[in-house]
Design a binder for this molecule. Structure first.
Ligand code: BYC
Ligand code: FE
Ligand code: FE
Length: 482
């Protein structure tokens, strides 16, 4: 039996799940592999398949030193199946089965529910790669290009993680789902990805950094909730995915932070104090702060939709079944069963926003969304610190949860980012100031020019403080023409 930490790195599929001794699953995965590589070549980073990229690859699940860095052509990346080490005698931490030994097999009565969770999780991973596939052509530096590709190959690995669970534990159904995961396409009219935000375009690098700040952070929260699962293989898979996820959020948050820093620096150098003087700021070749606010409004509201409805029996059932827990379940001070608890939720009552206490089990999507908002608010606070240190009077805000929603209580209702109701006319008059407009898109497109000289950065973004893997500022992170 594999001990859960030693990784077999020599075969086609690096793994610490003992694939060598499991010929059924190994064959299923080896059969799936060529289709995955075809998908990666068709739908992965456009134009850079032959480039040598300085990537980290997971080679161990040891908390210290789990990755190694080196130049790799992306189609040759070693996508491995890696589970975090087993916790000995692990017991289920929540729900109806709280206290029972964690399951090593899927309980029959929960097959359908678990399969659905795995498929939805798996679907988002390749979707994000598809959404980001054209960004390489306009990367503001080789450093950023490399970070994009790092995120992309790891999202590819996250797809492998879910496909492994489907193939290992769901037989023929799992194999079919694994094929479907390669068939659906982000934004496709006939076979779209499953969740709304994963069918949106990622047209420019500000969008990419916002996506990795907000939407990858939904990934973090959902993985944290699934890492609690009574189904131990899922718990271990998600725990290891979370170590990679931290970098995705770093890419996003530091990317936006560097854009803000550059804007403030250029404004100061030009003696420009008024952030609202957008035309003057844009003439400096940097991105105005009000546009950054509009991108926050868009990406935050799209991401809030990913948490599902405020009141959800799906979420209650998944928790009751001990399949999907809460953020940091073990640190919460309650009975972890929640049959007698309530939780406050914002609802739409007679056109107005009202706070209501509802049964806690039905409000689990909200609870996770609240934890998400706390987490992301800290990031926005760090962006505001950058602005404040520059001496420019401007603050960025998260939009109200009722703003621009397509799922749940506030779907289709009109509220401004402060949570004030708007008439249809008022919305029409203010929309261009609240969400990115086509003129914003054209301006951003005009800035998106590739910079491929080592150590050089586009006009609109500051260099990072330190390099990846402590490399010097002029390190050639991507060798495009090798
Ligand atoms: N779009 O009971 P409700 C990541 C459907 S991101 C379309 O409120 P539930 C990543 C819903 O399916 C993390 N449909 O929802 C990030 C249901 O349909 P049925 C991904 C939606 O089930 C960046 C109906 O509406 N992982 O990893 O409680 C880069 C009623 O819904 C949407 C997960 O999401 C939507 N937004 O909650 C790469 C974890 N929302 O059943 C990767 C697994 C709801 O009536 N998924 N619907 O046909 C889940 O836990 C849940 O499925 C959700 C939805 C939280 C997504
Ligand atoms: Fe992921
Ligand atoms: Fe991610």
């Amino acid at each position: 039996m594999p001990d859960g930490t030693s990784v077999d790195y020599d075969g086609l599929i690096p793994n610490n799940v003992g694939l060598n001794d499991d010929s059924r699953v190994r064959k299923a995965l080896e059969t799936w592999h060529p289709g995955y590589i075809d998908w990666w070549r068709d739908m992965g980073p456009d134009g850079f398949q032959e480039a040598l990229v300085y990537l980290r690859t997971a080679v161990s699940v040891d908390a210290t030193g789990w990755a190694k860095f080196g130049f790799v052509r992306m189609p040759e990346y070693k996508w491995g199946i890696l589970l975090a080490p087993a916790v000995e005698e692990r017991r289920i931490p929540f729900g109806r089965h709280k206290g029972e030994p964690a399951w090593q097999e899927v309980p029959g009565e929960y097959r359908a529910m678990l399969r659905r969770l795995l498929v939805i999780q798996g679907d988002t991973e390749p979707a994000s790669v598809e959404q980001q596939r054209h960004l390489g052509a306009t990367a503001p530096s080789l450093y950023d290009l490399r970070n994009l590709f790092q995120v992309n190959v790891e999202e590819g690995r996250h797809l492998w993680a879910m496909v492994y669970l489907l193939q290992k534990y769901f037989g023929a159904d799992g194999r079919e789902e694994a094929e479907e995961l390669l068939r659906r396409r982000s934004g496709d009219a006939d076979a779209p990805r499953m969740l709304g935000a994963f069918n949106e375009a990622t047209p420019d690098w500000l969008s990419f950094f916002m996506f990795t700040t907000f939407t990858d952070r939904d990934g973090k929260m959902q993985l944290e909730a699934l890492a609690q699962s009574g189904f131990d293989p899922l718990s271990r898979t998600c725990r290891f995915m979370l170590t990679e996820e931290a970098h995705h959020m770093f890419v996003g948050e530091s990317g936006v932070g560097r854009i803000i820093a550059r804007t403030c620096q250029a404004m100061k150098a030009a003696g420009l104090e008024d952030a609202a003087d957008v035309a003057a700021v844009r003439r400096l070749g940097v991105i105005d702060l009000p546009l950054i606010q509009r991108k926050i409004n868009l990406h935050c509201s799209l991401t809030l939709d990913l948490f599902g409805s405020e009141i959800s029996t799906n979420a209650a059932n998944a928790f009751n079944a001990s399949l999907k827990g809460r953020f940091r379940e073990a640190r919460l001070n309650d009975d972890h069963v929640l049959l007698n608890d309530t939780y406050p939720v914002l609802r739409l009552v007679g056109g107005a926003i009202a706070r209501q206490d509802v049964p806690a089990l039905s409000a689990l999507n909200m609870r996770l969304r609240d934890d998400f908002l706390d987490d992301v608010a800290a990031g926005v606070g760090r962006w505001n610190n950058v602005i404040e240190r520059s001496g420019i009077a401007y603050r960025l805000h998260l939009p109200h949860v009722a703003f621009n929603r397509k799922i749940g209580e506030f779907a289709g209702a009109r509220f401004d980012p402060a949570g004030q109701p708007l008439s249809a006319d008022e919305w029409g008059a203010r929309e261009a100031a609240l969400l990115p407009s086509s003129a914003d898109g054209e301006f951003l497109a005009s800035l998106m020019r590739p910079v491929q000289e080592p150590g050089v950065f586009a006009s609109w973004i500051a260099p990072p403080r330190i390099g990846i893997d402590n490399k010097p500022g002029d390190f050639e992170y991507v060798k495009i023409h090798e």
